[in-house]
Design a protein around this ligand. Structure first.
Ligand SMILES: [Zn+2]
Length: 492
């Protein structure tokens, strides 16, 4: 199998459209590209139907649905969807499993549910939930703004005698919490990089402004829907967003769909319904199926399966719902998974304690953030900025710095887009075809040096443990591992 596109950057709308149209031209017997709806800005919500048309009509075969980017900033998910299409089409001729899949089944892919939102996310400093449409805008507060014009909204530290933060004595680029006994020294308040609307920097107006573009498409589906303010961004009524109505209409019009992967970032999770009641109250047979499929996903991806209600919701009384996965499951009987791709805290060694009911201390949260920042400084230094002085038009001298969070916390840095683990790297290398055993062996060595033994998934690690080397060779391997550990990250 050969992938034909490069995955070294995130595709904007025109690139995504060109890639999909290219596939439709190149593989007319295996895929059909259609528009599922047209957005307010005139962009298409594309749907690609993949099946061997000679082996039967798409609707006559069992179907699987996969999408991405219902949330504007979760652009990894649309790249995954594109890569999935690419893998199936380019692999059909040479891969027995793919051939069987497309002969007997149909796969529906909607790579970018919200093309309007993703375009703003990719081409401006703005962060937004789903689309650039005003939703009950409210004036007042700090409005995130790219003050220094570097294309990124970062953090702003502002000197204040009342500040809750001080510079870490071990590393002045880090902040740590001020203790009650800290009476002398420089202290700071911490804000998003931005401006106060109307220049009002009075104490009662220091909070962040409510985002104008707060619509959340994944709270707009007609199961467990609640209006704002319980669910900010839920829309005026279920399916009020054309993109959401188009998804629901699509699923209803394709009763052959028997499973769904709904693409989000981040967390490294496989979330499964129900999201509106404890799993103990759900149908036991359904849960058995949902858990068994999730376990297979975990084996492939290393991602952690979690029930949405039991382990993912932070508030089990006034929880958010009206999500697409729950609607698929509760209203259409489809086992639906929300796949949260990418997990920077996990990579940085301080994973989120998913499922824990104990609230974390600020110190624990800070430790995780600093671990993430250390990882970024090491692996994607272009996305970290240590503090630079800036003359703020409303506050005077401040400093701007911190992470570019779009391609670190929310999505992987581009270099990690195609492979985020040892096993991914090997799998991708082998799937390139050609001299695959040599390419695989070289990739294995390079990936080992980068990810290290701990970066290898447990099932592969136990396989390696079973390999018995002669003692002298084992010594060489151990010495090399020790050398790599001592030089981690320096020679990549
Ligand atoms: Zn999401």
């Amino acid at each position: 199998m050969k992938t034909s596109l490069s995955y070294g950057h995130y595709y904007d709308y025109d690139e995504l459209k060109a890639a999909l149209e290219g596939f439709a031209r190149q593989y007319p017997g295996l895929c059909t590209l259609e528009s599922n709806c047209v957005t307010e800005k005139g962009r298409e919500q594309f749907v690609m139907t993949l099946t061997n048309k000679d082996a039967g009509d798409a609707l006559s075969k069992p179907g699987w649905y996969l999408d991405g980017n219902i949330h504007a900033g979760e652009v990894t998910a649309s790249m995954v969807a594109l890569h999935f299409i690419d893998t199936l089409l380019t692999g059909y001729a040479g891969d027995e499993q793919i051939r069987r899949l497309l002969d007997r089944f149909t796969v529906y892919v909607i790579p970018r549910v919200s093309p309007d939102g993703a375009e703003v996310y990719l081409h401006s400093p703005a962060h937004l939930r789903s689309a650039d449409r005003a939703d009950h805008p409210k004036a007042g507060g700090l409005f995130p703004t790219d003050l220094d014009g570097d294309g990124v909204i970062r953090s702003m530290r502002v000197p204040s005698p009342y500040g809750a933060w001080k510079k870490d004595p071990d590393d002045p680029s880090r902040l740590c919490l001020r203790s009650p006994s800290d009476t002398e020294g420089d202290f700071f308040d911490l804000y998003a990089e931005g401006l106060w609307e109307d220049g009002d920097t009075d104490e009662d107006n220091l909070q962040p402004k409510k985002p104008d573009w707060s619509l959340d498409f994944n709270r707009n589906f007609p199961f467990g829907w609640y209006p704002a303010p319980r669910q900010p961004g839920a829309g005026d009524y279920p399916l009020s967003n054309p993109e959401c109505k188009a998804l629901a209409d699509f699923v209803i019009a394709h009763p052959n769909i028997g499973g769904a992967s709904i693409g989000h970032t981040s967390g490294g999770l496989l979330l499964y319904p129900p999201g509106t009641m404890p799993s103990a109250k759900a149908a036991p047979q359904d849960l058995k199926v949902l858990r068994e499929i999730a376990a297979m996903g975990q084996e492939e991806l290393g991602y952690v399966p979690l029930n949405i209600f039991d382990s993912f919701l932070s508030d089990q009384e006034n929880y958010d719902s009206g999500a697409f996965d729950d609607w698929c499951y509760q209203c259409r009987g489809i086992p639906a998974y929300t796949v949260e791709y990418w997990d920077l805290p996990g990579k940085a060694g301080v994973p989120f304690p998913w499922g824990s009911k104990e609230p974390e201390s600020t110190a624990q949260q800070l430790q995780r953030f600093e671990a993430c920042r250390a990882w970024v400084r090491e692996n994607a230094p272009q996305y970290n900025l240590d503090w630079i002085p800036w003359e703020h038009p409303q506050l005077g001298p401040v400093e701007i710095g911190g992470l570019q969070s779009k391609f670190t916390l929310q999505n992987p840095p581009e270099a990690f887009l195609e492979a985020e683990s040892f096993e991914d790297a090997i799998r991708n290398a082998i799937s390139l075809g050609g001299d695959s055993d040599t390419i695989g062996a070289i990739t294995g060595a390079v990936a080992w040096a980068y990810y290290g033994r701990d970066g290898i998934q447990p099932d592969m690690r136990s396989m390696l443990d079973e390999i018995r080397l002669p003692e002298d060779l084992q010594t060489v391997v151990d010495d090399f591992a020790e050398y790599c550990a001592g030089h981690a990250g320096t020679g990549r």
